[in-house]
Design a protein around this ligand. Sequence first.
Ligand SMILES: Nc1ncnc2c1ncn2[C@@H]1O[C@H](COP(=O)(O)OP(=O)(O)OP(=O)(O)O)[C@@H](O)[C@H]1O
Ligand SMILES: [Mg+2]
Length: 1107
Amino acid sequence: MAKMEVKTSLLDDMIGVGDMVLLEPLDEDSFINNLKKRFDHNEVYTYIGSVVISINPYRSLPIYTPEKVEEYRNRNFYELSPHIFALSDEAYRSLRDQDKDQCILITGESGAGKTEASKLVMSYVAAVCGKGAEVNQVKEQLLQSNPVLEAFGNAKTVRNDNSSRFGKYMDIEFDFKGDPLGGVISNYLLEKSRVVKQPRGERNFHIFYQILSGASEDFLCKLKLEQDFSRYNYLGLDSAKVNGVDDAANFRTVRNAMQIVGFMDHETQSVFEVVAAVLKLGNIEFKPESRVNGLDESKIKDKNELKEICELTGIDQSVLERAFSFRTVEAKQEKVSTTLNVAQAYYARDALAKNLYSRLFSWLVTRINESIKAQTKVRKKVMGVLDIYGFEIFEDNSFEQFIINYCNEKLQQIFIELTLKEEQEEYIREGIEWTHIEYFNNAIICDLIENNQTGILAMLDEECLRPGTVTDDTFLEKLNQVCATHQHFESRMSKCSRFLNDTTLPHSCFRIQHYAGKVMYQVEGFVDKNNDLLYRDLSQAMWKANHSLIKALFPEGNPAKINLKRPPTAGSQFKASVATLMKNLQTKNPNYIRCIKPNDKKAAHIFNDALVCHQIRYLGLLENVRVRRAGYAFRQAYEPCLERYKMLCKQTWPHWRGPARSGVEVLFNELEIPEEEFSFGRSKIFIRNPRTLFKLEELRKQRLEDLATLIEKIYRGWKCRTRFLLMKKSQVVIASWYRRYAQQKKYQKIKSSAIIVQSYIRGWKARKLLRELKHQRRCNEAATIIAAYWHGTQARRELKRLKEEARRKHAVAVIWAYWLGLKVRREYRKFFRANAGRKIYEFTLQRLMQKYFLEMKNKMPSLSPIDKNWPARPYLFLDSTHKELKRIFHLWRCKKYRDQFTDQQKLIYEEKLEASELFKDKKALYPASVGQPFQGAYLEISKNPKYKKLKDAVDEKIIIAEVVNKINRANGKATSRIFLLTKNNVLLADQKSGNIKSEVPLGDVTKVSMSSQNDGFFAVHLKEGSGAAGKGDFLLSSDHLIEMATKLYRTTLSQTKQKLNIEISDEFLVQFRQDKVCVKFIQGSQKNGNIPTCKRKNNRLLEVAVP
Ligand SMILES: Nc1ncnc2c1ncn2[C@@H]1O[C@H](COP(=O)(O)OP(=O)(O)OP(=O)(O)O)[C@@H](O)[C@H]1O
Ligand SMILES: [Mg+2]
C-alpha cells in the first residue's frame, strides 16, 4: 500500500532519516550509521535542515536524468527524498521569485565531489531556466567553461584523479525572468608548484598530457613537441596514465569547448604555444662554470631546447640566455648585476615556468569572463557557485595547504555565522523565543592566521620584507615568539613548554589546531612561496617576446613601467581575495552542500567509518545538527502538516474547513501531545523532539493502514454489492428473456394447431358450401337451359312468323312494283323508244365533255409563256380540241404577259421582234444580241462636256450614239468615229474633238450590207449623187451591229415610209469614190483572238477575216 503512495514528503519511504535533524539519539555513531545505511541504499544525499550532505558514490547513479530534473522541478524542498536538485531548485526559485541573490557553497575535502556537485547544480539550473537560442548559447558557454578550466587547473593527485588545483567562484547572472545572462568567474591561488614538481603518484596539470596524447603530429611539430612523455622533465612519469581517463579524447573536448566559449583560433594557438614553452623550459639544464673571481657561474648544457623555446615564443635567444645567467638588482638609480649559480639558475627556470603557467591560467579565466560576461547593464540576479579546494591534511603540508586550510576556516566561519543567523531570523520571523546555543566558533583560528598584527600571515609578510638574511627558520622563530600563547598554535620551539617533549612535532614545523583537525606545517619554502619571486631579468625577457600573449602576461617587464616597489606577497593577495569573497557571500542567501568522501580508494560501495567520522568532525556537521535542533528539531508549514496528519483526528478527517493553523491545533490537542513538545509559529509548527515527529509518523502509518483496510473493506463491500446487484439484474433479465421465449414457443405451437384445426373446419365448410353452390348452379343452369330452349323455341317461332310476314310484304311490294312498272311502261312506251339512242349519246358526250373540262381546269399549266407543259389528251375524239385549247391558252397567256408591259418595254420588245425578223437565222451574230438590251445612247453626249459642240450641232433627239470603227478605204485600217442616229440623219463625228465629219439624211441611205458571220462589219450604202455620197459608202464595224441596223431600219421606215434594204451576204460591193470594191468575208485564223481583221488586198478587194 505504502509503495503505491505518491510522495508528498521526504518522510515517505525514508531510509534511515532523510534529515539528520530527526536523528534519535543524536550522536556521532548514529550519525555515521544513518549515513552508511543511506549510502548502502544508494541514497547519497541527506539533509541537515536545508544543508545537503553529499557522499561521493564513486560511480554513476541513475539519479541525474532529465526525468529526475522534472521530478524535482517546482517541488518544495522537503517534498521528495533529499537530492542536490532539491537544493538547486530551492535556490533557483527563491532567486527567480523572491529576488534573493543566492550562493551555493560547496565544501569538503579533496575528492569528496565538490566539482561534480557544482556541475550538477549548474546543469540543473540550465535545464530548468528559460529556453531560446540566445539563452541556450549563454548556458552552453557557461557549461563549457568547465572543461577548459579543468584541463588547465585540475590534476591527478593521490586523493582525486581530477583534483581542482585552484579555487573557483562563479557568479551566474540572471535577468528578472530567471533567464541566464552570463557569468563571472573568480579564481583563487592555482597550485603552481605542481608545474615543476609533483609528489609521488601524482601528475602535472591535465593539459600537458592531453596535448601530447591528443594533438596531431602536425600540431605537435608546430609546437616543437614530441609525443613521448618521458622526454619532459616536468612530467612525473610514475602515473602519467590515469585509469579510465582518455587524455586524447579530453583534448578534443577541450578544444571544442574553447571554440564554444569563444576563443579565436590564434588565441588557442598562442595558449598551446605557452603550454609547450613551459613544458620545454623543464628540459633546460645548467652546468657549473667557475670564474676567475671565484664566484659560481652556470651555463646552459644544451642550447637546442632554449633555441626552440625562443623560436616558439619569439624571444631573442641571447636575452633569455642572459636572464638565466644573471640577476640584476636595481636600487634607486643603481643597477647591480650578479651571476647566478646552478641552483639559482634552476630556481629562475622553475620560477619562470610556474609564473608563465599561473599567469596563463589567470589570463584564461579573464578571457572566459570576457566571453561569458552579461551583455546588458540591467540589474541582475546572481547565483554564486563556490567550488573551492577542501580542507587538506597531507604528510608534508606546506604553504599551499596553509593557505587552503585558512580559506576553509573562513568558509566554516561564514557557515556558522549564516546558519545561526538564518536560524535566529526564522525564530524571530515565526515569533518563537530564541534560546542561546553553544557551539564552537572558529573565529579564534581565523584570527590566529589573519590578524593584521599578530597573525601568521602578517608575520610571514613582515619576515619577507625585512632586510637582512631571511630564512624559513627565522620566520618560525618569529612565530614561536608571537603566537606561542595561542590556544590553537603548537610548536616545539615555543616558549610554551607543552610541546617541548612532543616528538611528533619536528623542530622545523608548527602545528595549528584547525576546526577540522590538527595540521602540521613544514616551514620550509614558506618565505619563498610567499615572496613568489621572479627575477626582473626574466620578466623583462618575457616582455620582449615577439608573442602577444606572453608579452601581455608580463606587463611588469616593460622597462618604461619599472616599479621598484615589491609586489604584494602571495599570502596577502590571497587574504585580500578571500576577504572580498567573504564579503560577497555575506550579501547572498547561502545554500550549503557538504561533500563527504566515503573512502580513500576512489572506489564505489566502500564506506570507511573512520574516514567519514573524521570528515563529519571537521566539517562540524554534528554541531550543525545541534544548532538546527537547538530549539526545535522539526518545523513544517501548517498546510502540509495538516494535509499529512489530518487523518489522525476525526474533526480534521477527511476535510478541515477552517484555517490550517487551527486545524493543526485541534489535531495536536486530540492527539494529546504534551505542550512543551511543540510551538506554534506564524506560518509553521515547530516540533521540539524528533520523537514526537516519529510518533506522529507512526500514528499516521497505522492510521493509513487502518484507512487502507477501511477503504479495502468498503471497496470489497462495494465490489460485492455491485456484483450482486449486477447478477440480480442479469438474472431478472435472463428470466424475462427465457419466459418470453417459452411463451413465444408455446404461443406459436397453439397458433399453428389452431390454424390447422381452423383450416380443416374451413375446408370442410368450404367443401360443403361448394357442394351446395354446385348443386344450386346446376339447378340454375338446368333452369337456364330449359328457359333458353323455351325462349329459343319461342324466338324461332316468332322469327319464322316474321320472316313469313316479311316475305309476304316483299312479295306484295314486288308484285306492286312489277305491276306499277308494267303500268308505266305501258303508259310511256310510246315516247321512249324513238329518240333514246341519240339522247343517250348526246348525254354521254355532254357528260364526257363536262368531265374533260372539269379535269382540264385542275391540270392547267403555269402562266409562263415559255412553259411547254400541256396535259395529255384523254380521249382521241378530243384531239383537235385539245390542240386548239393549247393554242388558245398559249395565246391568252402571252396576251396576259404582254398586258403587263409598259410602253417603253413594249417598244424594246418591238425592236427586239424587229431584229428577230430581220436577222434570226440569217446573221450568226444575232443569237448573241438577243440577251443584250438595246440601249441606243451608249455615249452620253449631253453629259460629257467634251461633246458639247456636237450636242449643240445636233438639235434632234438622238436615237443611237455609239463609237464605231470606220474602215479606211485605202488600207482597211480602223479609225474610231462617233456614230449618231437621229430621226432624220446619220452622223459620223470625230471621237476626240466631236467635230461632225459626215452627215447623211436618212433618205440618202439606200442599203445596209453585212456578212452572215459573227462579225460587226457593215456597210452603209448611199444614194448615188446625193450630197453625202461624194466620198463613197461607209464601211463601219460595231459591237452593237444588230441594234444599230434594227434602229436604222425602224427609223428609216418611220421617216421615209420605205423599208431599208438590208443585205446579208459574205461578199458585197461598196462604192469607194469612183471605185467599187468587193468586201469579202473569209474564215480567218484565231491569231488575234476573236477580233476580225480587215485587209485591202487590191483595188477591188477588201478581205475581212472572221475568226
Ligand atoms: N555525484 C557523483 N556521482 C558519481 N561520481 C562522483 C560524484 N561526485 C564525485 N564523483 C567522482 O568522484 C571524483 C572526484 O570528484 P570531484 O572532482 O568533484 O572532487 P572534488 O571535491 O572537486 O575534489 P578536489 O578538491 O580535489 O577538486 C569525480 O571525478 C567522480 O569520479
Ligand atoms: Mg574539484
